[in-house]
Design a protein around this ligand. Sequence first.
Ligand code: NAD
Length: 699
Amino acid sequence: MSDVIEFEKKGSIGVIIINNPPANALSFAVVKGIGQRITECMEDNDCVGAVVTGAGKMFVAGADISEFNVPRPADVPELEDVIKAIEDAPKPVIAAVNGLALGGGLELAMGCHYRLGAPKIVVGQPEVKLGLIPGGGGTQRLPRLAGVAKALEMIVEGEPINAQDALDHGVIDGVVEEDIVARAITFAEEKAVSGEAPRATGKVEDKIGDFDAGIFAEWRDKTLPKTKGQDAPGECINCIEVATNKPFAEGLKHERRVFVELRDGKKSKGMRHMFFAERSVAKIPDIGRDIVPMDINKAAIIGSGTMGGGIAMNFANAGIPVVVVDVAQDALDTGLGKVESNYAGSVSRGRLTQEKMNDRMGLIRGTTDYADIADADIVIEAVFENMDLKKQIFGELDKICKPETILASNTSTLDINEIAEATGRPGKVCGTHFFSPANVMKLLENVRTEKASKETITTIMKLAGTLRKIGVLVGVGDGFVGNRMLHVAARVAEFMVEEGAMPWQVDKVVTDYGFPMGPFQLNDLAGIDVRHAIRQEQMKLYGDRRQSVVLESIYQTGRYGQKTNGGWYTYEGGSRKGTPEPEIEAMILKTSEEMGVERREFSDVEILERYLYAIINTGAMVLEEGLAIRPSDIDVIWNFGYGFPRYWGGPMFAADLIGLPKILDKVSELHGEYGDWLKPSPLLKSLAEEDKGFGDFKG
Ligand code: NAD
């Protein structure tokens, strides 16, 4: 018998304890063990009932998703068959839900005849977040216990509920303050002597007959547009509807078929990949647990502009006092005024209380005197993008701040190694590259400089979590990881426009793939002048490469994007939704003509391939240059920084599904057209030739 299941006989009740740390996940061994112990209890004449519970603080946090890609051994039953066996058992089986019960954990509990919960439990069906539906009967049993409306909420949105909510909606039958296993044993004994047949959830019908006729249409209307591209949310709704209009056994079969289809499909694989990718970013190969992060109790920001204000808000939101420095009082007043109105906006939308806003504003202090930040634990510089200015500021900070203070730059393009040399403490200098708007975007590219100490790095990685960001460690290089890749793709998009496509066609292809915005919409949002400035800088670095002419043409029109109510698109009356602009179309045609380019049709497939493969090839370069630790870190950067659709798993995971040989062929072809922007990466080449994927890259 496997050791992940403990079993004790307490009088006439068999107690099955799932002990598979850390999450008591339903691995093959756990499922098999539960099945065996239930059978034993039913066959044992001295046993009148059973209790299922979890060891430690968890009941069961879910299925073991790492086993999803592994064939199930022949002697291991399917989870849903074990759950059905429990439900059909002739003796009462009680779930003593001692802690977290998610996914398969809640399904297991719902298969039991009764459920008791500890006061602090959290239960839910979060499968939709992995591109799945519950596959162990959850879509059929939860509406029977909680009603259709609550089941839709829990399954389609995937958010868990607490003990009181679970009790109020019949998901559990009682909350037990005292020893829950002891109470469950007594409860099982009481049920056994009562003589009543154990209550099978599948036979409970009253709640599935009582719901609002329009409820399914209502959920489709509100869910499907905002989950465009995903299959699971719609299938969750369908399955719950089936629970209301088909017999239970048929409903289970339907659910199973859909679950297997989704599980084996690309989109759920992409979402499962992202789940693991997010959890691995914090692991830095050469930094172990012995390196203790510094405490960050006081922070300072230099510059109260677009980024400085947003970064200051992150600290205040996390309860850390922060001093913001700017050169002049008026700049400071403007910057802090924006912070205040930002918070006020959240208060008026009901997302923040006035009291919390006051607390947070109370943690932010403005000054024009650098001496006020001498005791900060970290200083983040966010002044204009100018090397001389930044070096001068770092030199000054080095003199003023205490020796332990970490000095970080928010630069998007400058060489932080060079900035570090302006100080006498290069081991304490690093980059913290926030994304705009800094108070909203979850991504933080933490930049490891050549001389940064391990303590500095571990401190900023921990800080990312404190500020509720996803911190990904990157190396110093042009545009670090995300922007370096974006800028190549944006340039390829501009080349396509010079050669025959229109910006709105490119944007539609890219948004149909699942991005929230296409490259030209993004350019209008970030500012055409900003992108033009980057182009000018890049011309210095890569002067011999093809540069976008159409970008120069639009820049000359003075249409800088949303901020001027027009860029590639026109934004009527301050609207954020642009409409294609005939004048721009004419400008594009003229630019092509002046370039001597004969315009041609671009198919949607061709546009997508060129855009995506530019991202992927540059990602491969970033990896081989050691700027990212692992391919999945790049996937996280693209999901959180640029809205790469989670269900495609990020560019590097998507590349593996497409197949690297196909990508290499296309990139090699484009290399001829676009020159070194799309020079095939040696890493892409070698992996493709060995018939491997980025998933095989070991650094
Ligand atoms: P910004 O122009 O909005 O703000 C810069 C602020 O710095 C101004 O308030 C200015 O008065 C202040 N400043 C200038 N010199 C100073 C000095 N010596 N001491 C104190 N304050 C001084 O700029 P921004 O958009 O917030 O960008 C700041 C940095 O963040 C840049 O390095 C930029 O590359 C980087 N960045 C910007 C974005 C973005 O989308 N805006 C995104 C990521 C990173």
